[in-house]
Design a protein around this ligand. Structure first.
Ligand code: SF4
Length: 351
C-alpha cells in the first residue's frame, strides 16, 4: 500500500524538486509576464500578473495585462495615474477593491523607493496576502518558498494524498509546500520552483483527468499510487448562493451613448459606473415598482420597454436584473460606454 501524508514527501523532497525543475526546463510555459531563462524578472510585472491571476485564468488575464502595461508601463506611471483611469483599465476583471488596492500599493511602493524584497514586508502592502507575497518574493527576488494558490493546493493534495477537503486541508497542504520549498534543489532556484509548480497545476495535474503517465512526480505521488488522482482534492459542498433582484434603465441615443451614474466609493463595485436602477433585494420587482426608479428625463423619444433579463454571479449571490430600455433624443448629455469604468454585469446589460 502506498504511503500518504507528509513523511514520504519529506523523504523524497530533493528528487521531487530536482525532477520537477528538469521537467520545467523542458516544458515551461511562455507567458507574457514571465522572464525568459537568464533574464531578470521585473517586480512590477510579477506583482501585476499575480494580482490579475487571482481574478482569472492565464488566458483571461493576458489581454488585461497587455492593456494595463500599455496604459501604465511602469510602477511610477501607475502610481501617478488617477483612480478612475485605473478602474477603467481594470473594468471587467471583477473585485474592484483589488484595483483600488493595486493603485494604493503602487503609490506605497513608489513612496518606499521600490518593492521590499522579503515576504513579511511585502505582506504589509495593500492587497498583498500571504500567497502573493510568497510568489513575488520567490519570482522577483529569489526568496525560497512555495506559493500555494488553488492549482498548487490541488497538486500538493494529490502528491501527499491528503483526503480532507479543501479549503480545510490547506494547513496540511501548506506543510507539504514548506517541506518542498526547503529542498536544496528548490532553494537553489526559488523562482523556477514556484513557477514549475504553477505549470504542473495548470497542465499535467489539471482539475480533471490528471496526466499522471507524463508527470515528473509520478513515482512519488501518493494519489496516483492509490488510484485517487482524479478524485483528490475532495471538495466541501459549496454553500448555496441566494438570488437578488433588480432593474436597470438603459437610455441610449443615436450615437450609442448611454446614461450612467457612479456607484458609491465603498462596497461592492465601489467607484464603478453603472446604469441607473433600483436597489437589489431578495424579491423580484414588479414593473410598476421598478419604473418608479426610472430616470426622469424630459428628452426620452420612446417609452420604457422591457429589453432583456441579465443573470450575473457574484461570489456570495446571484443577481437577476431586468433591463428597461428607452431612446433619448440627440442632445441629451450621455456618456460613451468605452470611456466608462463599467463592471462586467453592466456590460452585459448594455449588450
Ligand atoms: S502523478 Fe498525477 S496526480 Fe500526481 S502530481 Fe502528477 S499529475 Fe498530479
Amino acid at each position: 500500500m502506498a504511503e500518504s501524508g507528509l513523511g514520504p514527501v519529506a523523504r523524497n523532497a530533493e528528487w521531487l524538486m530536482h525532477d520537477l525543475l528538469a521537467w520545467y526546463d523542458r516544458d515551461r510555459r511562455h507567458l507574457p509576464w514571465r522572464a525568459a531563462p537568464g533574464e531578470r524578472p521585473d517586480p512590477y510585472r510579477v506583482w501585476l500578473s499575480e494580482v490579475m491571476l487571482q481574478q482569472t485564468t492565464v488566458a483571461g488575464a493576458a489581454p488585461y495585462y497587455a492593456r494595463f502595461l500599455a496604459a501604465f508601463p511602469t510602477l511610477a506611471a501607475l502610481a501617478a495615474a488617477g483612480e478612475e483611469a485605473v478602474l477603467r483599465a481594470w473594468a471587467g476583471l471583477g473585485y474592484y477593491a483589488r484595483a483600488r488596492n493595486l493603485h494604493a500599493c503602487a503609490r506605497a511602493v513608489v513612496a518606499m523607493g521600490g518593492f521590499p524584497r522579503d515576504v513579511a514586508s511585502l505582506r504589509q502592502l495593500p492587497g498583498i496576502g500571504p500567497y502573493t507575497a510568497t510568489a513575488i518574493a520567490a519570482i522577483a527576488f529569489g526568496v525560497p518558498g512555495i506559493a500555494v494558490d488553488g492549482n498548487v493546493a490541488r497538486v500538493l493534495s494529490r502528491l501527499a494524498a491528503i483526503k480532507a477537503p479543501l479549503p480545510a486541508a490547506l494547513r496540511d497542504v501548506t506543510r507539504v509546500a514548506e517541506v518542498l520549498g526547503r529542498a536544496p534543489a528548490a532553494v537553489a532556484r526559488p523562482a523556477d520552483a514556484v513557477q514549475a509548480l504553477f505549470d504542473l497545476g495548470a497542465g499535467l495535474c489539471g482539475k480533471t483527468k490528471p496526466a499522471c503517465a507524463l508527470c515528473p512526480w509520478r513515482k512519488g505521488c501518493a494519489a496516483e499510487a492509490l488510484g485517487l488522482a482524479a478524485e483528490l482534492p475532495a471538495r466541501a459542498p459549496k454553500p448555496s448562493r441566494p438570488t437578488r433582484y433588480g432593474a436597470v434603465f438603459r437610455v441610449r441615443d443615436a450615437a450609442g451613448h448611454v446614461l450612467l451614474r457612479r456607484r458609491p466609493p465603498e462596497g461592492l463595485l465601489g467607484g464603478m459606473d453603472e446604469l441607473p436602477g433600483t436597489p437589489w433585494r431578495a424579491t423580484p420587482w414588479s414593473e410598476a415598482e421598478a419604473l418608479a426608479f426610472a430616470p426622469d428625463l424630459a428628452t426620452l423619444a420612446t417609452p420604457w420597454a422591457k429589453a432583456a433579463e441579465v443573470h450575473h454571479l457574484f461570489t456570495h449571490f446571484r443577481l437577476h436584473l431586468i433591463v428597461y430600455a428607452a431612446t433619448a433624443e440627440t442632445g441629451t448629455r450621455l456618456t460613451a460606454p468605452d470611456t466608462a469604468a463599467l463592471p462586467s454585469v453592466m456590460r452585459k446589460c448594455l449588450r
